[in-house]
Ligand binder design. Structure first.
Ligand code: ADP
Length: 430
C-alpha cells in the first residue's frame, strides 16, 4: 500500500517535472502538480461521500490516504451498531421482565408527569398505552394518590379503590428517587385483604367458640373454691362440666384436623393405601349407633368388593362427619341410610337422612368454617361448625367434591363420587 502511494507520488512529481521541462517554467510544473492533486482528492471525496450514504458496506477508496481513515470509521460504525444492538436487546429483555411483574409501577417526574410504566400498571391503575407525559394524579383523580405523589403521606403508603373496578383495592407505595422523581408501586390487595379478614374472622370465631364452654367451666370451678361445698353438690357438678370439656376437646380436635389437611402435602404413594370402605363404614355405623343410643336406625349398604385408593384416616374423618351430621340433624327414630357403591361416574359414597333438611339459601355456605344454620341448636347437638369444612378438604385432596341435595323438613342427601381410576378390588380376608 505504502509502496503504491509512494509510486503515485513519484509519478506525479515526474509528470510535474516533465510539464516544467516542456514549458520551461517551474510555475507551470507546480500548477500541473496542484491540478493533478486536486483532481485526485476530488475523485476520492466523491467516492467517500457515496460511501457515507451506506457506511455499513466496506469502503473502497483505493489504497490511498482516504482508505485508512474511512476503514477506521467503518470499523467504529460497525462496533457502535453491535453495541446499540446489544443495548436494545438488553432494554427489550428488561421491559419484558418488568412487564412480567404482576405489580404495577410508574415512574413520575417531580412535576407529577408520567415518565414510564409497566404493563401491570395499565391494569391496576387503569392507565392506557399512551399516557406517558400525562399527569398521574390528574389521570387517576384520587385525592389519596394526589397526596401520596405530593409526599404528604408520611408512611409513603396509601390504599385506594381501583380506578377501573370499584370492587378492588390497590395499595400504593411511593419510593423517592433522584431529582424529585419517584417510583409509585401499585399492588392489587383485594385477595390479600380478603384473606386477612378471613383470618381475623377465624380467630374471632375460635375464641368465641372456646370462650363459651370455658366460661361455664370457670363458673363451676369458682363455685368449687367455696370451702363449704359438700360431696353431693360436687358430684352433681361433674355432669355439667364434662360436656363443656368434651366440646372444647372436639373443637380443638377439629381445628387440628383442618390445619393438618390444609398444610399436609397432597396424598402420595407413601400415604395412599387401598381402603376397605365397606369395613370402614361398618365401624362408623356401629360408633354412630352407640352415640345415638339406638334412637336412630343407621343402615349400611356397601359393596364389599369395592375398595378405594386414598388416605384412610382422612376418608374416615370425612365419612364419619357426614354420618354424624345425619344423626345430629335428624329427629329420634329418623332413618339414616349409608351407601357405598359403583356408580356410572365412579365409586360413590352417600348418606341420606329423613331429618331437618336445609333451606336453599344456606346450601352454598355449608362448607364454610363455623357456618351453622341454627347456631344454638347445632351447639346443643354437639357440632363444632367445622365438620363440613373438613369433609370439603378431604374430598378435594381425593379429587372429589361434596354434593348436597336437601328439602327443608324432609331430609338431606350428602354424596360424593371418586375418580373411577381410584377404585380397587377390596382384598379378601382370610
Ligand atoms: P356442625 O359441627 O355444626 O355440624 P358442619 O360443618 O358439620 O358443622 O355443618 C354445618 C351446618 O350444616 C350444621 O350446623 C347444620 O346446620 C347443617 N347440616 C349439616 N349436615 C346436615 C344434615 N344432614 N341435615 C341438616 N343440616 C345439616
Amino acid at each position: 500500500m505504502k509502496a503504491g502511494a509512494a509510486a503515485r507520488g513519484v509519478a506525479l512529481c515526474a509528470g510535474a517535472g516533465l510539464v516544467a521541462w516542456i514549458t520551461g517554467s517551474v510555475a507551470w510544473g507546480l500548477v500541473a502538480l496542484t491540478t493533478a492533486l486536486l483532481a485526485y482528492h476530488a475523485a476520492h471525496y466523491r467516492a467517500f461521500a457515496r460511501w457515507t450514504r451506506r457506511p455499513l458496506a466496506h469502503p473502497r477508496l483505493g489504497d490511498g490516504i482516504w482508505q485508512r481513515p474511512a476503514g477506521r470509521l467503518h470499523r467504529a460504525i460497525l462496533a457502535g451498531r453491535e453495541r446499540s444492538r446489544g443495548l436494545l436487546g438488553a432494554q427489550r429483555r428488561l421491559r419484558s421482565t418488568t412487564d412480567a411483574i404482576p405489580d404495577g409501577w410508574v415512574i413520575v417526574r417531580a412535576d407529577g408527569e408520567i415518565e414510564t410504566y409497566n404493563q401491570a400498571a395499565q391494569a391496576v391503575l387503569g392507565l392506557s398505552r399512551d399516557d406517558q407525559g400525562r399527569n398521574l394524579a390528574a389521570l387517576a383523580r384520587n385525592p389519596r394518590l394526589a397526596a401520596l405523589l405530593k409526599g404528604d403521606i408520611e408512611s409513603e403508603l396509601a390504599e385506594i379503590t381501583a380506578p377501573m373496578d370499584e370492587t378492588r383495592r390497590v395499595e400504593l407505595r411511593r419510593i423517592p428517587m433522584d431529582e424529585g422523581r419517584a417510583i409509585v408501586m401499585a399492588r392489587d390487595v383485594t385477595e390479600l385483604n380478603r384473606l386477612l379478614t378471613m383470618r381475623q374472622d377465624f380467630i374471632a370465631n375460635v375464641s368465641h367458640e372456646l370462650r363459651t364452654p370455658l366460661t361455664v367451666i370457670v363458673g363451676y370451678l369458682e363455685e368449687l373454691a367455696d370451702e363449704d361445698i359438700d360431696f353431693a353438690t360436687l358430684k352433681a357438678m361433674l355432669p355439667k362440666l364434662t360436656p363443656q370439656a368434651r366440646r372444647m376437646h372436639a373443637l380443638v380436635d377439629d381445628l387440628l384436623t383442618l390445619t393438618r389437611l390444609e398444610s399436609a402435602p397432597l396424598p402420595n404413594e407413601a400415604t395412599i393405601e387401598v381402603v376397605n370402605v365397606a369395613q370402614m363404614l361398618d365401624t362408623i355405623a356401629t360408633e354412630a349407633r352407640r352415640l345415638t343410643d339406638k334412637r336412630h336406625k343407621v343402615a349400611v349398604e356397601a359393596e364389599t368388593t369395592l375398595a378405594l385408593r386414598g388416605v384412610g384416616s382422612e376418608l374416615y374423618s370425612a365419612f364419619n362427619n357426614l354420618v354424624t351430621n345425619a344423626v345430629r340433624y335428624s329427629p329420634d327414630g329418623g332413618p339414616i341410610d349409608v351407601r357405598w357403591f359403583e356408580s356410572p361416574a365412579g365409586p360413590c359414597f352417600e348418606v341420606r337422612d329423613g331429618g331437618l333438611g336445609i333451606a336453599p339459601e344456606h346450601m352454598s355456605r355449608l362448607t364454610e368454617r363455623f357456618y351453622r344454620i341454627d347456631l344454638a341448636g347445632s351447639r346443643v347437638r354437639g357440632g363444632t361448625g367445622l365438620g363440613l369444612a373438613i369433609v370439603k378438604h378431604v374430598l378435594r385432596r381425593h379429587q372429589s367434591v361434596l354434593h348436597v341435595e336437601s328439602e327443608l323438613g324432609k331430609g338431606s342427601r350428602f354424596y360424593c363420587v371418586f375418580p373411577p381410576e381410584q377404585a380397587r378390588p377390596a382384598p379378601t380376608i382370610g
